[in-house]
Design a protein around this ligand. Sequence first.
Ligand code: DON
Length: 579
Amino acid sequence: MRPTRPFRPLILAIAMALPLLSSPSLLAEESSIFSQMATAQPVWAKHGMVASQETLASRTGVEILKQGGNAVDAAVAVAFSLAVTLPRAGNIGGGGFMLVHIAKENKTIAIDYREMAPSKAKKDIFLDENGDAVEKLSREHGLAVGVPGTVMGMSLALEKYGTMTLAQVTAPAIKMAQEGISVTPDLAQSLAGLKRRMSQWPTTAAIFYKADGSDFQVDDILKQPELAHSLSLIAEKGTKGFYEGETATKLINAVKDAGGIMTLDDLKNYKVVEREPVRGEYRGYEVVSMPPPSSGGVHIIEMLNVLQQFPIDKLGHNTAQTIHLMAETMKHAYSDRSEYLGDPDFYKVPVKALTSKDYAQKIASQIAMNKTTPSAEIKPGKLAPYESDQTTHFSVVDKWGNAVSNTYTLNFSYGSGLVAKGTGILLNNEMDDFSAKPGVPNGYGLVGGDANAVEGNKRPLSSMSPTIVMKDGKPFLVTGSPGGSRIITTTLQIIMNVIDHGLNIAEASNAARVHHQWLPDELRVESSLNRDTISLLEAKGHKVKVQSAMGSTQSIMVTEQGIFGASDPRHSGSEAIGY
Ligand code: DON
C-alpha cells in the first residue's frame, strides 16, 4: 500500500511553534458554573424520550411526541425551540448535522445542513498583507459568517421523514420568542460571560442586554419579538421565508455592513445534502455516524477500530493504562484529520482507508504500552490509494423505534455575536472552522491544510459527531455532544463507557473525560480524574493538563427494560424527558 500524498511537514512545524490559540471562554460548552462532579441517575421512559441541553426545548419535543408526532417532528421542534431558549448554540443562523433512523425502512440517513462558504470566498480571505492569519476576520466579522443551513435542513427533514407541518413544529418556538422565557442561571451566566463579543454589535446588545447595558438576572424575562417574526415567516412561507424575501435581504445587509461577501444568491443557492452515514463495527455493535464534512464519524470509527485491538474492559475504566491507549489512539486520529479531512464535495476524503481494520492494526502496532510517543513523531498515516468518493446536541427516540441524533451550532457561543438587524437572528462564525492557513490553529486549536482550505461554496470541516449505535439492527445508543475538537473524543468515551465498561447511561455521561488532539501535545483531563491515575500517566511521559469540563452529551439508550436517558450533568438546565 503506497502513500498517495506526502505528509506536509509545514502543518506540523507551524502548529508546533504556535501556542494553543483557543481561549476557554470562547467556547459554548465551557461556560458552565457547574463542575463535572454533579451526579445524576438515568431517566426512564416507556414510549419516547428527548434529551437536550435546555429543559423547555426537551419539553417541547416530548409534547410533540405525545401529540403523535414522530422522532423527526419532535427533533425539528426541539431545534427551533433551542434557537430561542439556548441562543448561544441553538440557532436558525447556523448549521449542523442530523442522523435520522427510520425503523420501518431500517435505514439511517445523514442530513448535512452545514454552512457553506459564500461563493466569493477565497483561500486567503483571512490573511493580512504579510500572509498572516487574522483571527478577528474569521470570528467576529462579516467574513466569518457561513451561509446558514439550519432552516433548510430542518425543513427537508420534516418534509421527507416527519409527519407534521412547519407551522406546527415552529409554533412553540414562536410563542416562547414572542412571550419571553424566564432567564435561567445558565443563560444569565453565559450572556454575561460573552458580553465583549456580543455588545460590539448594537443590534445584539439591544436584545441580549438591558436598555441600560446591564445584564439579565435569573428569572428576568427575555423576549425576542424579532426572532418570533422571523420564525413566523418560516412557518408561513417555508424555506422561502428565510432564504428569500424580507429575512434574506436583512441577513445580507447585516453581513455586508459587517464587511462580509455573502450575497442573496448564496442564500438562494444553499443546498442540504443527504449523505450515506459512515459505519463501523465495535465489539459486535454497529456504529453509525456522520460522514464528511464532519470528521467526527470517521475518527470515532478509526479510534474504535484501534482500541478494539486491546482488552479495554480488562484494563479498566479510566485507569492509566486505558487512558494511555486512548490518548495514543487519539493522537493518530487527529493527526490524520489535519491532512485528510475536508468537504467531500471538494476533496476526496479517504473514508474507507481511514476506517479500515487494516489501517487500525497498523496504528495499534505503533503504540507502545508503557511510553507515550511525542506528537512530533506522529504523522498522518500513509493510506491506501484514495477511493473515489457552541454547538448543542439533542437525541430523540419515539415509540416506533425511530431515532434522531442531531448536533448543530453557530460555532462559538453566539457565533460571530452579530444579530442581523430586524431579524433577531444570531449569525454563525463557522468560517473559522476552515484552515485559514496551513498549520495555523483555529478556535479549537485544530490545524489543517489543503483539504480544509477556504473555497467558495465549500463546507468547513466539522467535528460534530451525531451518532447512533445499533444492536441487532436497532438503535441502542443515540448520542453526541458539543465541544469543538473535543466532540469526537467525548462521543467516543460515551460509546466506550457503555460498551467496554458496562456503565449505565448516566454513569457513562458523568465519568471523567480525557482528550488528546495530537497538537498541542498534551493530554487534557477533567478535574474529577483521580490524581493517582494522572501520576501514572505522567510516568508514561504524558503532559497532563487538568482543565475545565468537556462536552455536554445528550444520550438515550434503548433497552429491553425501556428507554434510559441522561443529560450531561456538566451544565445546569439540560434535561432528558420521557413519557
Ligand atoms: O463544527 C465544529 O466542529 C465546530 N464549529 C463546533 C463548535 C462547538 O462545538 C462549540 N461548542 N462547544
